[in-house]
Design a binder for this molecule. Structure first.
Ligand code: RP5
Length: 160
């Protein structure tokens, strides 16, 4: 597996599924697992500490509310960690975003947008990171961007 996708709860899956959809579209192998910073702290440490030796290259971590999962994961591994703020009910994901983005200097988390766009872009960014060492994957990403651009240019009428 090249990408590890973890999330704080099963309730995050409808959001985080957008990351797996994106990775599927590029045929990038990944694993998915519920790992909670608060409810399963020992599992989090074990998962993050073993990820590099298990061949994982990038970790995507999604969580909502007091979203400590991406930051704590980054504290336990030197691998790049991409954080997805899941849209919370109480504060619409503002809490998740601020919990993930304000990391202290020295431990980095790449924070994506709140919700499904952020999850999809986390998958895309993970693929782009892997593509720096995978020319075939880089070609697929360039094609994806070309198709996306052409699709817009070929359908300029907003009413159709
Ligand atoms: C976080 O709390 C999870 O990432 C989830 O977004 C949020 C709510 O979890 P549940 O109460 O739905 O399990 O840990």
């Amino acid at each position: 597996m090249k990408v590890g996708i973890i999330m704080g709860s099963k309730s995050d899956w409808p959001t985080m599924q957008h990351a797996t959809d994106m990775l599927d579209s590029f045929n990038v192998p990944y694993e998915t697992k519920v790992v909670s910073a608060h409810r399963t702290p020992h599992l989090l440490a074990e998962y993050a500490e073993s990820a590099k030796d298990r061949g994982i290259k990038v970790i995507i971590a999604g969580a909502g509310g007091a979203a400590h999962l991406p930051g704590m994961t980054a504290a336990y591994t030197p691998l790049p960690v991409l954080g997805v703020p899941v849209q919370s009910k109480a504060l619409s994901g503002q809490d998740s975003l601020l919990s993930i983005v304000q990391m202290p200097k020295g431990i980095a988390v790449g924070t994506l947008a709140i919700g499904t766009a952020g999850a999809a872009n986390a998958g895309l960014l993970a693929a782009q990171i892997l593509a720096t060492h995978d020319p075939l994957l880089m070609e697929k990403i360039e094609q994806f961007r070309k198709d996306q651009t052409e699709n817009i240019l070929n359908n300029p009428d907003p009413a159709k």
